[in-house]
Design a protein around this ligand. Sequence first.
Ligand SMILES: C[S@@+](CC[C@H](N)C(=O)[O-])C[C@H]1O[C@@H](n2cnc3c(N)ncnc32)[C@H](O)[C@@H]1O
Length: 408
Amino acid sequence: MTKIVDKIDSLSDLISPHRDLQKPIYNWHSFKHSYSKALVDNLVHEFGLRKGSWVMDPFCGGGTTLLACKELGINSSGFDILPFSIFLSNVKTREYNLEKLSSEKKKFDRSKKISLHIPSLTNIPIAKKAFSTSVRNELIQIKQGIEEISDSTTRDFYNLGMLSILESVSNTSKSGGFLRIVEQRVRIGKVKEVFMNKIESMISDVQKFNEAMKWKNIDVSASYNDAREIDTERKYDAVITSPPYPNRHDYTRIYSLEMLFDFVKSNDDLKKIRYETLRSHVEARKKYNSGDYVKSARLCRLIGRINKNGTNNPRIGEMLEGYFEDMYLVMREMSKRVKKKGKIALVISNVRFAGVNIPVDEILSETGEQVGLKPRAIWVARYRGNSSQQMKEYKRKPSRESIILWEK
Ligand SMILES: C[S@@+](CC[C@H](N)C(=O)[O-])C[C@H]1O[C@@H](n2cnc3c(N)ncnc32)[C@H](O)[C@@H]1O
């Protein structure tokens, strides 16, 4: 049995990104499903990593691990299968030429509205509801301006600026695992102003970050790789990551606005990515065979109880089976890619369906042993409430969010 260290108060605040809301670059895009820079700092310290060490994040999301490592002089590789996450992680961790950034800003400041042929956005259903016609047209004008920037690094920087204001100028709000339709919040003709303010603050962030940065030539990049089958020759000193939780959140829906502007041509393209994501939601499909995986007897019993109690979606049991099978593959990859005595930290949350609590942290910790990982501890960071439906039907029983630690 893995030692469960209950409850480390100093961690409860570090496990979400909210304390980085004012931090230059960390706050460029509100990637809600990340943790804080301070958590990565703590883990780097705990693992005894130093300048020149290599860290891997196989679910790099908003790029927090990579950016925090860069600040500490540690090299890192991030992987993800959502093109927007790969883009976001790269743009947040690159070096910029401040003169180029500022001179493009002057061009935008000067540019007048010109009447253009406005192409339509990808036919993703949410696109129609998300933007009024005028906001959509303003965004497309900005996008066309960005496309004229010849330097690709500067162009990506401006593109991220635009993608990062989408939520605030749309009729949507990312809340929990959904993209909700809400009332329009931006006045007509104001999108460019919102965009220019964003770019201005991003440029000032680059300046601040560069002034504080102590190291040069840190190797950092994010690229496409499925965490269940990672194509890399490198051996890492540590893995610091957080996979999707088995709570049905679907990143291809939550980040669909960002995706439709730059990364997919049709709703079918988006669906294709959705089906390939880790089986943490019911629409993801089986992609790999797990070979030697031995399913946990405890998990089988718990899924049996969920199926018996019944849920509002009959595919929850199947989703949970798929999730743990996929995570076995992820742990096998992590085990292959870390050096002997290498360290792994994985942030995860337990979940509850039909009144049955699934101790995701304990089951994963034990499953890690099947792939040669030695469980070191489970640090409990905080307890989270349950969905209102779960509370009404099965009373309050908070689920813990924790950090699983292994050593190779
Ligand atoms: C919880 S987020 C990661 C948060 C990240 N550590 C951060 O601080 O921003 C999970 C990420 O896993 C990605 N993902 C889902 N399925 C994947 C897979 N099979 N391989 C790699 N990444 C995947 C999602 O696109 C999402 O970006």
